[in-house]
Design a protein around this ligand. Structure first.
Ligand SMILES: Nc1ncnc2c1ncn2[C@@H]1O[C@H](COP(=O)(O)OP(=O)(O)OP(=O)(O)O)[C@@H](O)[C@H]1O
Ligand SMILES: [Mg+2]
Length: 329
């Protein structure tokens, strides 16, 4: 099946004090319709930026982003508008994305009417009720007339998902906030997204810094591990969780708390050479992970940037040492 989304050698630079800063470098990824893909990595590695590029909220500095085979930045106005309806980004912070002056009912009915999705008032109200039920904001009558400040954090998050569903998207990019500490909110969000994926066949790109969450959400899908703006390993989720091959992916898994036995069973404890994360403004030459890497090979890692390389088991890795080891097995 052709991919629904395809990023090809995408680089993103932002203007900075003096010149520019490269926050994404040579990122390639293709996503199949109905697939769940998780993006994981430390804070600042470029997860949200990738999500925003996928949703057309930023343009790439280099490379291509294709939706259903078409470069989104080559689309005509109508095609781009349709793509923007079909690929929805759910913000990290539902406070920032809900208009405090509008009731939940108005917030959901406006796009339905504006885009001519529903034909008359009765039709609109019926759809609003359906959307509230889909995200478990029930009994519906309790919620249609409420304002965002009258909802709990979890309810607001669900209202925000309901709004992103008004245009019947095919793809959802859900960016989980690091500040969302409340476990019950995180789990309810995950439950709803899993259901939408199953019931409506949606494609979901889920962004999280938490490997246990990625393991839960994308267990049938794939996980992408990012480090300082690059993809370092991309594989089926169980392959990453149980047998990570990139030393950074191994270190990330090694840091999962003991409380998650499924993830810690095969845990490899390899001490990093340094705990300092280099700055994007001053990246080390060669592999950006080499100053911290426990398996660093002198003469290669500090000079050559490792390219993403497909492995026999289907995973893709950017690491001189891991690729050599796997190929010589
Ligand atoms: N509009 C912008 N202008 C300049 N720099 C930006 C902009 N947006 C993001 N950045 C920088 O790009 C880098 C990647 O940011 P991004 O938000 O994608 O990281 P992230 O992986 O989502 O991190 P977190 O887990 O903390 O949400 C950071 O160094 C950030 O400061
Ligand atoms: Mg982010």
């Amino acid at each position: 099946m052709p991919p629904i989304l395809e990023l090809t050698r995408v680089t993103k630079r932002f203007p900075a004090d003096k010149g520019e800063i490269t926050v994404l470098n040579d990122v390639s990824l293709s996503v199949q319709p109905g697939e769940a893909v998780c993006l994981v990595g430390e804070s600042g590695c470029g997860k949200t930026t990738t999500g925003k590029l996928v949703a057309g909220l930023h343009a790439p500095s280099e490379g291509h982003i294709r939706y259903q085979g078409k470069d989104i930045w080559q689309m005509n106005k109508d095609e781009f508008a349709q793509y923007r309806r079909e690929v929805q980004f759910i913000h990290q912070d539902p406070y920032a994305s809900l208009n405090p002056a509008h009731t939940i009912g108005r917030m959901l009915s406006f796009p339905l009417k504006y885009h001519g999705i529903t034909k008359d008032e009765a039709n609109t109200q019926a759809r609003v009720r359906e959307l509230l039920k889909l995200v478990d904001l029930t009994p519906v009558d309790d919620f249609v007339h409420k304002f965002p400040h009258q909802l709990s954090g979890g309810q607001r998050q669900r209202a925000s998902i309901a709004r992103s569903l008004t245009l019947s998207p095919k793809v959802i990019v859900a960016d989980e906030s690091v500040s969302m500490v409340d476990v019950s909110i995180r789990l309810s969000l995950l439950g709803i997204l899993s259901r939408l994926k199953q019931e409506l066949g949606m494609t979901v790109l889920f962004i999280t810094h938490d490997l246990a969450i990625a393991n839960y959400f994308a267990r049938d899908g794939r996980t992408v591990v990012m480090y300082l703006g690059r993809v370092v390993e991309l594989a089926r989720t169980p392959d990453i969780m149980l047998h990570p091959q990139h030393p950074y992916a191994q270190a990330l898994l090694g840091a999962v708390p003991e409380a998650d036995p499924q993830l810690t069973r095969n845990k490899v404890r390899v001490p990093l050479r340094s705990l300092d994360v280099p700055s994007l403004r001053n990246l080390p030459p060669g592999c950006a992970f080499h100053p911290r890497c426990p398996v660093y090979a002198q003469g290669v890692c500090e000079t050559d940037v490792p390219q993403l390389t497909p492995m026999p088991d289907g995973r893709i890795i950017a690491c001189h040492v891991a690729v050599k080891n796997i190929m010589s097995e």
